[in-house]
Each structure stands twice: as structure tokens, then as C-alpha cells.
Design a protein around this ligand. Sequence first.
Ligand code: PLP
Length: 453
Amino acid sequence: MSTIQPEPVLPSCSHEPEPYTGPSRDEVLALRRQYVSPGVFTYYQEPVQIVEGYMQYLWDDTGRRYLDGIGGIVTVAVGHCHPKIVAAVREQVGKLMHTTTVFLHPTMARFAEKLAEHFPSGSGLDATYFTNSGSEANDLAATMARLHTGQFDIISLRNGYHGGSANTMALTGMGNWKFPLPHSFGVKHATPGYCYRCPYGLEHPSCDMKCAHDVAQLIDYETSGKVAAFIAEPIQGAGGVVDPPPEYFKIVYDIVRSHGGLCISDEVQTGFGRLGSDFWGFEAYGVVPDIVCMAKGIGNGAPLGAVTTRKDIASCLTQKLHFNTFAGNPVAMIQGLTTLEILDGDQVQQTAHEIGGYLKERLKYLQTRHDAIGDVRGKGLLLGVELVVDRSTKEPATKLTAAVHEGARQRGLLLGKGGVYGNVLRIKPPMCITRDDVDFLVDTLDATLASVG
Ligand SMILES: Cc1ncc(COP(=O)(O)O)c(C=O)c1O
């Protein structure tokens, strides 16, 4: 068991927040309770009111500073209120806040061109349809796959999360995100490459990748034998940062394509350099999808998503009218384009690789100090720490995770939480985080685990 350490201190920051003069946390909480749907949930027993952000830090209404370890949520790619983005958005807002895609505007076309440059050459992935969110992007991808193939069934993965709209709730493979509605019509959920909790109780590599090969059985037994698509996150985010073995997607993509289906990569969390090794999650697994869905990091906080595919697939939408009022909005477009320029120009992916590697190494060391840490996994700055009651039974430590989550917040560190049992701490900070921030983050987890464990 660990020894007690001195309280970790948040690294200094040159940014001075403006004095906050708005309603207090308690006043806002009362308003929310009275006027906002109770379905809009908050983190923490005493929800935090965030009123300002700068790069990797956030300030609450009392002026207290936090390290943002979850990037709210996995969305802030290059830093809160990055000065270049603020300047570009301010300029755009002063000129034109809205026009729809029935008129031309330069930024959408330029952004689509720049996005296309980020896909593997020869992949043909160059036709983008912008949306307002990840759910919309996945929804549209499923529609396109069904139209293009003339098939209906879609294979997705247990433990995957693809959104909260009716169709994407169907694609999602976690009961805690599904309502008791006819939710999964036309969707079959295959077994994920969740080695720590192997669905077959096997071990990699002697398992021979049974989880991936089972997709063939699923298609043969539960569909007509032809499918429209397979959709998956390269690393499952909300499901608890589940990173399958390297060969997983190659096997599944081959099976799906041999049954007539398209392969969709949900890059909402894994894209834009977050994995450090590669710009896209699919590249880290050596596959090339037919359709790529994006959101979150694409806009560094703008309500923005996108679907990029080949023109032969994208053209299916021309059979009828398809329109999205706010998608392609010039303010969101300039935010996305500027984010991409910063990602390219400021070597953000390299930071994710280096700082993420250092963070994972330190978390692995923490695992040697705390029995509650059953697994540390993920890549770059998309990391997860799975907490268990007992390492041999792997019983999920749901209550302990909630206590650590809360305790870290009290020490100035905001983290995410995930997994079907809510027992995985999700660490996905803005990609401008420093080594000093990492030391603070890990020392805070260490101290918190020691105090609540
Ligand atoms: C992998 C993944 N896909 C899709 C979504 C849905 O995105 P949105 O909340 O923007 O609709 C999310 C959101 O958390 C996600 O993590």
C-alpha cells in the first residue's frame, strides 16, 4: 500500500481569469433544477460551475483553477480558448454568423479540402458532409451505408458508444445508455476486443482473436448474410478506453467486406492526433475505412461534426433532398479550420505521443502502488484506468471510482468516468498538457487513491 505524499500543487499558469460577477453555483443549480430537464445530468455531488478556460485549465465561479483532465469531454483538442481560434471566431462573428449550404461560403469548402488532405492517399476519402454533432455524423454514415449497399443490418460492438439520437442509441452497445424503446432494430452487437474482460475468458494471443472472428458467425446466424456496415470506435471511449489487440480491425474489416458491408470508423474521440502515433485511430490499426465520422476534437468545442467518405458512397444522398440547417455554419467552420491549422502547425500530435507516453508510464507505475488499479490502457492522450475491488475477481470498483473522481476534483483535477459499470477513470486532457501537469495529475490520483482506497 502507498505511503502518504505531500498534497500535489497545480503547476503555475500565466493567465489571469476575469473576476466573475454572474450568478453563483447554488443559484444556477436552483435554476437548472427548476427549468432544465432532469435528463441533463451533472458530474459530482456538488456540481462545479465552470466560467472560464485557458488552454489546459478551467476556473470555477469562485476563481478556483482546475487541470482539465477530460477536455470537456474529449472535445478540447488544442486548448480552451486557444488565442488563434478566439481571434478567428471573433472576426467571423463580426462578419457573418449564419448562412446555409444553399449558398456558397469559402470556409466550408476550404475546410473540406484541408480535411481531405489528412486521409491516406489513394483512399478516395475526400467527400465531406458537415454536421452539428457526433450523433448526427454517425446517423448519416449509417444512412449512407444502407443506401449505398441496399442492405439494412449494421454490425456494431458491445461496449461501443455512438450517440444519443434514436439511431445512434441503437448502434451503442451499453445498456446504461439505452432506453427501453425498440432501440436496436437492424443492429447486431459483436464482441469487442476487451482483453482485460475478455468476453470468452481467453487470453491474447492464444485466443486466436475469437472476438474478431465471431463477427462472421454473427453475420451468418443473425442477418440475411449480407450487411450494410460495421461501425466501431478504434478505441472505445465512453465504454472505458477499450483498446483491442492490433490485429482486431483487420480481421473484422475483411469479414464485413466479404459480406458486402462498408466499414465505418467512429473517430469522434480517437481522431485529430489524440492517439499520438497517428492522426486517425484507424491508422493505428492498419486499416482504411470506407466512411469516417468525426466530432468533438474537430472543432475544439464548436458544435461540429463531419462524415467523410468516397464520392461513390457520398453520391447516394443525391437521390433525394438532404439538408441540415446549421451544419456548415461559417462560425463553426472557421473554428474547425483554425483548429486543424493549429493541429498541423503546432505539432500537437507529437505532444500527444510524448506527453501521453509519459503519462501512461507514470500511471503504470501507480498501478504498482495501488491494488485497486486493475488495468491501465489506451494510447497517446486517450487513457483509461480501470478500478477493481479485487484484482483476481476483477469485480468493478464502481463506488471507489466515484470517490476517486470526487476526491480528485476536490484537489483541483477534473477527470472523466466511463465503462458499463462506471469503474474506469477516463483521462483525455487538452493536448497542450505539459509534463508538470502530468506529474500533478498522477500525484493527485496517488494521493486520492491513498485517502479513499
Ligand atoms: C465515439 C463517440 N461517437 C459519437 C458520440 C456522439 O457525439 P455527440 O455527443 O456530439 O452527439 C460520442 C459522444 O460522446 C462519442 O464519444
